[in-house]
Design a protein around this ligand. Structure first.
Ligand SMILES: [Zn+2]
Length: 191
């Protein structure tokens, strides 16, 4: 599966760094280098690669990974891939159990492009980034409700470009909101 041209243009526009919406991942951005919980897409081709890639960029040897098709999108209530039962499994069996059993304070909330599960559900690149931001919010809410306030979600987007290059970006909510606002303004001005 190839990244669709519209999403490739979106990523290329975002990754120039002017909004700070999409930043290349740096290991020292992670709040806890010991272990992490990861929510990743269960994609048959990419899952193993994603898991080993996350281990190498984080330098962590302990990951509590939950892999289901769609990754972060499953945690975003507005996503067509998400439902309450799945969110409950991800939060309780994933985030909370990893914190309890392995002490993981960092939750890597990941999605990837191109993603078969996302494309099949009609999810665009813009929506998928929204879902990562929304999934982080769900984790913060859950953590606050369950008195596990030391949980830090980190939103990641794994991209495979049409030329085969692969990059992992940290999604920053403030930059993303700024980009969307600017983009909406431009669209209105063009109409
Ligand atoms: Zn996928």
């Amino acid at each position: 599966m190839k990244l669709n041209p519209h999403d490739e243009a979106l990523i290329n526009n975002l990754k120039d760094g002017s909004y700070g919406a999409l930043m290349p991942i740096e290991p020292d951005q992670l709040p806890d280098r010991e272990a992490y919980c990861a929510i990743v897409c269960g994609d048959g081709v990419r899952r193993k690669e994603t898991t080993s890639h996350l281990r190498s960029i984080t330098g962590c040897n302990c990951d509590h990974t939950i892999a289901l098709p769609g990754g972060a999108s499953l945690l975003a209530p507005e996503s067509p891939l998400s439902d309450e039962a799945t969110r409950k499994v991800l939060l309780e069996k994933g985030v909370a159990q990893a914190r309890k059993l392995q002490g993981t304070k960092t939750v890597l909330v990941t999605a990837h492009l191109p993603c078969g599960a996302a494309y099949d559900a009609g999810i665009t690149g813009v929506q998928l980034i929204d879902h990562i931001v929304s999934a982080k919010h769900q984790i913060r809410l859950f953590a606050a409700q369950h008195n596990i306030s030391d949980i830090t979600p980190v939103g990641l987007l794994d991209v495979e470009f049409s030329d085969g290059k692969k990059r992992t970006y940290v999604i920053k909510r403030e930059g993303w909101e700024a980009w969307k606002q600017e983009n909406a303004t431009r669209q209105i001005a063009a109409e």
